[in-house]
Design a protein around this ligand. Structure first.
Ligand SMILES: *Cc1c(COP(=O)(O)O)cnc(C)c1O
Length: 473
């Protein structure tokens, strides 16, 4: 993996960068900054690697955007799409019609998702993304409570630094202050509590479990503040992803479950990242033993090969929707898109055949935990932890006091740039550095990834010393 700076760029790179900068408004991008250096053009991929237009090989420790669970270069997914496109490239399911891939996928997901409290996830509502699915969830929660004769239960409680997508409802449910600041969000009747981030928010000497209970009770405080008769649902990712891979203490979820049960409010598990093997189980709710009413999925359901999302709907809600609801006036042109569903079915075949959830749970996940945990010895790293195949570490100025770096130093971005230049995709969320590798990553590749992270940490440390930043003070 030699990524020496190339003296002159390839003609294709030059051409595409100019067109990109002139015409493509990128998601979540500062365009002044991008224009100055030019976007990196990714041209192909295989296994756990991607290549750019300059021929550099890059280890993709983020699975694209947390989605390429089965890894790149899976011919059978391409073939499933090709076959379906020739047979039936599109048809909708609005007007009393349906298509075989959508039916089979709904049935298979319903089968795959273990029942909770003896109740099955009997139905699935399809969309094309996680954002749309969470919009659907807002509609479902409101409709459900209307049908139950409790129309005042409109408030949805979420968490700071949650990520639930980028549409108006998705960004409102999410707890990203930068997103709320643009567009007068959140929408009414969506409110947030603090995240269960033990390393960043616990009191000196407070154990993980004590903190977990305290963090869960912020939900109860908020329910009481809003008025229990007005709260419709609580939405949360089992492990917060884009918020920096925030792994809750073991005590957190059981207490949250007690609280939602006590007040009779719905629980939405947003498993867009946690689902499909990412935490070593088919669904994150299995790992934490929680009983959601709605489960948001997207990303890993197709390993990103096709855009597809949806909501698994527990019988508790589905029964009411089906038996009392009449027409649910909601849907997307691409709900249950046959090509996306055919690819999802083929992707589930791969996850099942290669037992990728089991491999993460019993083999590569524990190995990643061990190797990633060793990074905590580095002078810049305050904590390094993982859960299945998501992992995060905190860069701090002083380990003993957990003192963070001044934000204007941009230490996370500095480290991320070193990763990128060394041939590794690792993401920075503030000063937390995170990975979510493809579930096919083996032990040797984990070793390579850890070596590249270590190299980036060393280079970041050298930069900071050069700038005269005192480490450990
Ligand atoms: C990515 C993500 C979403 C949004 O999904 P899109 O397909 O980008 O709309 C929602 N929730 C979580 C937890 C996510 O990670």
């Amino acid at each position: 993996m030699t990524n020496k700076p190339t003296p002159s760029r390839q003609p294709l790179t030059v051409e595409l960068q100019a067109l990109d900068s002139a015409h493509f408004l990128h998601p979540f991008t500062d365009h002044q900054g991008l224009a100055a250096k030019g976007a990196r053009i990714i041209t192909r991929a295989d296994g756990v690697h991607v290549w750019d237009s300059e021929g550099h090989q890059i280890l993709d420790a983020m699975s694209g955007l947390w989605c390429v669970n089965a890894g790149y270069g899976r011919r059978e997914l391409a073939e499933a799409a090709y076959r379906q496109m020739l047979e039936l490239p599109y048809y909708n399911s609005f007007f009393q019609t349906t298509t075989e891939p959508a039916v089979r996928l709904a049935a298979r997901l319903s089968e795959l998702a273990p029942p909770v409290g003896g109740r099955r996830f009997s139905h699935v509502f399809f969309s094309s993304s996680g954002s749309e699915s969470n919009d659907t969830n807002v509609r479902l929660v409101r409709r459900y409570w209307d049908l139950m004769g409790q129309p005042r239960r409109k408030v949805i409680i979420s968490r700071i630094n949650a990520y639930h997508g980028s549409t108006m409802a998705g960004a409102s449910l999410g707890g990203m202050s930068g997103m709320h600041a643009q567009g007068d969000l959140p929408l009414p009747d969506i409110t947030h509590i603090q995240q269960p981030y033990w390393y960043g928010l616990s009191q000196p000497g407070e154990s993980r479990d004590d903190f977990g209970l305290r963090a869960a009770r912020w939900l109860e405080d908020k329910i009481l503040e809003v008025g229990p008769e007005r709260v419709g649902a609580f939405i949360a990712e089992p492990v917060q992803g884009a918020g920096g891979v925030i792994i809750p203490p073991d005590s957190y979820w059981p207490e949250v479950q007690r609280i939602v049960d006590q007040y009779g409010i719905l629980l939405i598990a947003d498993e867009v990242i946690c689902g499909f093997g990412r935490l070593g189980h088919w669904f994150g709710y299995e790992k934490f033993g929680i009983r959601p009413d709605l489960v948001t999925f997207a990303k890993g359901v197709t390993s990103g090969y096709q855009p597809l999302g949806g909501t698994l709907i527990n019988e508790r809600i589905a029964q009411v929707m089906v038996e009392k609801g009449g027409e649910f006036t909601h849907g997307y042109t691409y709900s249950g898109h046959p090509v996306a569903c055919a690819v999802a079915l083929a992707n589930l075949d791969i996850l099942e055949r290669e037992d990728l959830p089991g491999r993460v749970r019993n083999d590569t996940g524990p190995y990643l935990a061990q190797r990633f945990g060793e990074l905590a010895e580095h002078p810049l790293v305050g904590i390094a932890e993982s859960c299945g195949f998501v992992a995060g570490l905190a860069l701090v100025q002083d380990k003993a006091s957990r003192k963070p770096f001044a934000p204007e130093l941009g230490v996370g971005m500095l480290c991320r740039n070193h990763c990128f230049n060394n041939g590794l995709v690792m993401r920075a969320v503030g000063d937390r550095m995170i990975v979510a590798p493809p579930l096919i990553m083996d032990r040797e590749q984990i070793d390579q990834m850890i070596a590249l992270i270590r190299l980036a940490l060393d280079r970041t440390l050298a930069d900071l010393r050069e700038r005269g930043v005192a480490i450990g003070a």
